[in-house]
Design a protein around this ligand. Structure first.
Ligand SMILES: Nc1ncnc2c1ncn2[C@@H]1O[C@H](COP(=O)(O)OP(=O)(O)OP(=O)(O)O)[C@@H](O)[C@H]1O
Ligand SMILES: [Zn+2]
Length: 654
């Protein structure tokens, strides 16, 4: 007998492994998705716990900023595959561990349902909702148990999902994504929000903010502050000083110099990181010269490019107003974004000089928002991401949550514990576990930061594993099919390869289509929904959205809606759930549509993590559902009771 888990305090079950279980652990084939903060800890813990057949998939390469917590990596590994380096590091201290590494996106078609069926367990150490939802759908289709996890600063969560037995990952609505991986923001943005976060938290901060405030995003400043050695320190100094305005430099010249640096020079530098572009489209640099003539014309058409407002209140200074750009709902052209960018910098330097070096981004500061919007849209142009309007950009908030190594280590340990229970064929002993950010004293007086709770049965209203139909309120006369695909199908429903069927109209995407089929399909993209063939997608249309790669099928009941409150529904559509087919029940929010309202299932505060709005705000996508869960004590007779009874004893997992 080998103790697998040490008693960590009163009330915690102690788990001892039988020989039979040790054998099962040795032979089980597990898939670990992600070799980042949680993934590194997990691979180490699995290997040290006796797991010997591990497949690890991670699409990324190692960055300097990973080294502080992803301890399997060293400085010399920067730029190499995370999965491969992690596997080699683990093999060095556990040569008996057969660990196979792949640098790839788990959403690639070769990782299909039959591939997933080759595993006993899937363990997620991911950092984004899309990939989590994709893996959830494949685990459901392949009927393989999934242990899901997430961390955000001091908060963490581990949960177990088994088709038909427990909730799937999408049974409960998730908090809207609020945080993003640093590497994505720095080098590989693929959504407008990534560019907004870059513009706000990196560029705005670097040009106008306090020099002593160093964010994770600012690699050069980080290195300089850390006192990097030799060449690295000099390069960091040089990079930081580039953004300082020269004594004789006009604000116009300074703005153009910055433009060239961030949208041309830096983009070319990223293009040179060839590993990043094996599975992605590389960005395209922008030349200020190419955009300047149109930009100047736009400015002169709107009168003087100078503002006469030296006395104007800081918050009133506006690049858009001085250029006559009044429609905040229209997306700017690249030339207009360039003009706003240059103009905003000039206005900041000319009219708000005393704030430069101390400014803090404020969503109510028009000039700051315009600068961020323009910078974000220009970066989007480089990365072929559709531009957004000023209104949309202003409405989107980005907030990086910094990772804490200890949280990752605890969560990885909990994943291994849940994995072991599953291999022990004791799914009823599995728990959802939350990590709090501070010690919580329950009614019994026990203090804890880690709170287990019972797993819920599947939600029959879940649109993914249940039978619910979703309602979609949308302006079918104005919304184009492309907007529907991008905003509703991909972004909200996390569908990777959509097939859309409505009456006799069919649209499909996927690797098997030939060029003619792709071209045929492309003609539908600019059409409004109501103008699609076969009568269009209109009020009361029933639309089937499916994804072969995920073995997913969703039904949307469309309701045409013309009037939208832009404050309440800036996206211009609303996605909701309905009762399961045949039942008139209260609507539930769709899995991706936002935070749920709480539905208490039990009330022993000792074992329930109540998640505050603040915690939700800070939490990485999909981490915490506000729904309260039953406690082990409330569990029906069975393992829950056994755990309670065995709290201070020894529980044997067979
Ligand atoms: N679709 C995907 N396929 C494969 N791996 C993925 C996918 N999505 C995310 N990952 C991986 O999941 C890991 C998550 O780890 P983590 O949250 O620590 O992020 P990170 O990128 O290492 O750190 P940071 O974002 O803070 O720089 C990353 O290594 C990332 O490459
Ligand atoms: Zn579900």
């Amino acid at each position: 007998m080998t103790p697998a888990v040490e008693a960590s305090g009163p009330g915690w079950p102690q788990v001892i492994w039988s020989e039979a279980l040790q054998q099962r652990v040795r032979t089980a084939k597990v898939l670990a998705v992600g070799a980042g903060g949680i993934g590194c800890e997990l691979l180490k813990t699995l290997a040290l716990s006796g797991f010997e057949n591990i497949e690890v998939v991670d699409m990324d390469t190692i960055e300097t900023s990973n080294l502080n917590r992803q301890f399997l990596f060293r400085k010399r590994h920067v730029g190499q595959s995370k999965a491969k380096v992690a596997a080699e590091a683990v093999k060095r201290f556990r040569p008996s561990c057969n660990i196979n590494a792949m640098q790839a996106n788990i959403k690639e078609p070769q990782y299909n349902v039959s591939w997933f069926k080759g595993f006993d367990l899937v363990l997620n150490g991911l950092d984004n909702l899309e990939a989590r939802r994709h893996v959830n759908r494949l685990c459901l289709a392949a009927e393989i148990p999934l242990v899901e996890s997430g961390t955000a600063a001091y908060l963490g969560q581990v949960s177990v999902h088994i088709k038909g037995k427990f909730e799937c990952f999408e049974c409960q609505p998730k908090a809207t994504p609020k945080t993003f991986p640093v590497c994505t923001i720095r080098n590989t943005p693929d959504k407008p929000i990534h560019c907004i976060v870059w513009a706000k938290d990196l560029l705005f901060q670097r040009l106008f903010g306090r020099a002593d405030v160093v964010t994770d995003l600012d690699e050069a400043a980080e290195k300089a502050e850390e006192g990097a050695e030799g060449d690295a320190a000099a390069a960091a100094e040089q990079e930081a000083s580039f953004f300082v305005r020269h004594p004789e430099e006009t604000s116009e010249a300074y703005a153009e110099r910055i433009f060239h640096r961030v949208f041309c020079f830096d983009i070319e530098r990223v293009i040179g990181m060839t590993d990043l572009w094996k599975t992605r489209k590389p960005p395209v640099p922008l030349k200020v010269e190419a955009l300047r003539p149109a930009a100047s014309a736009a400015a002169s058409a709107n009168g003087s490019s100078h503002t006469n407002g030296k006395q104007a209140a800081a918050m009133d200074v506006s690049a858009c107003r001085s250029m006559g750009l009044r429609d905040s709902h229209a997306a700017w052209s690249s030339a207009q974004s360039a003009q706003v960018f240059l103009k905003a910098i000039q206005l900041f330097l000319d009219l708000r000089a005393d704030e430069v070096g101390a400014a803090v981004f404020d969503k109510d500061d028009a000039l700051a928002v315009e600068f961020v919007a323009a910078a974000s849209n220009l970066r989007s142009t480089c990365y072929s991401i559709p531009p957004l309007s000023l209104f949309e950009l202003k409405g989107m908030a980005g907030n990086i949550v910094h990772a804490i190594a200890t949280t990752n280590a605890i969560v990885a340990g909990l994943i291994a514990v849940e994995a072991t229970k599953l291999l022990a064929k004791m799914p009823a002993a599995c728990r959802a576990t939350h990590l709090r950010s501070s010690v919580h004293t329950g009614r019994s007086g026990r203090e804890r930061v880690v709170g287990p709770s019972m797993l819920e049965p599947p939600n029959p209203k879940c649109p993914v594993c249940g039978t619910a139909q979703l309602t979609l309120e949308i302006d079918t006369a104005k919304t184009t099919f492309k907007e529907f695909l991008d905003k509703v199908v991909r972004r909200k429903l996390a569908v990777s390869q959509p097939t859309i069927i409505s009456d006799n109209f069919m649209y499909e995407e996927g690797p098997d289509l030939d060029e003619d089929e792709v071209a045929d399909n492309a003609q539908f993209l600019p059409r409004p929904l109501a103008a699609l063939p076969s009568g269009g997608i209109k009020d009361s249309s029933l639309v089937k959205v499916s994804d072969q790669s995920q073995e997913l099928e969703l039904m949307l009941i469309v309701s045409h809606q013309e009037q939208w409150d832009e404050e309440k529904d800036p996206e211009g559509f609303r996605l909701g759930g309905t009762a399961p087919k045949g039942r008139a029940d209260a609507p539930v929010a769709a899995a991706a549509a936002g935070p749920s309202s709480s539905a208490a299932a039990g009330d022993d505060e000792d074992d329930i993590v109540e998640v505050s709005e603040e915690a939700l705000e800070q939490t990485k996508p999909g981490l915490i559902s506000k729904r309260k869960r039953a406690t082990p004590e409330e569990d029906q007779p069975g393992p829950g009771k056994r755990l309670k009874a065995a709290a201070d004893d020894v529980e044997v997992l067979e």
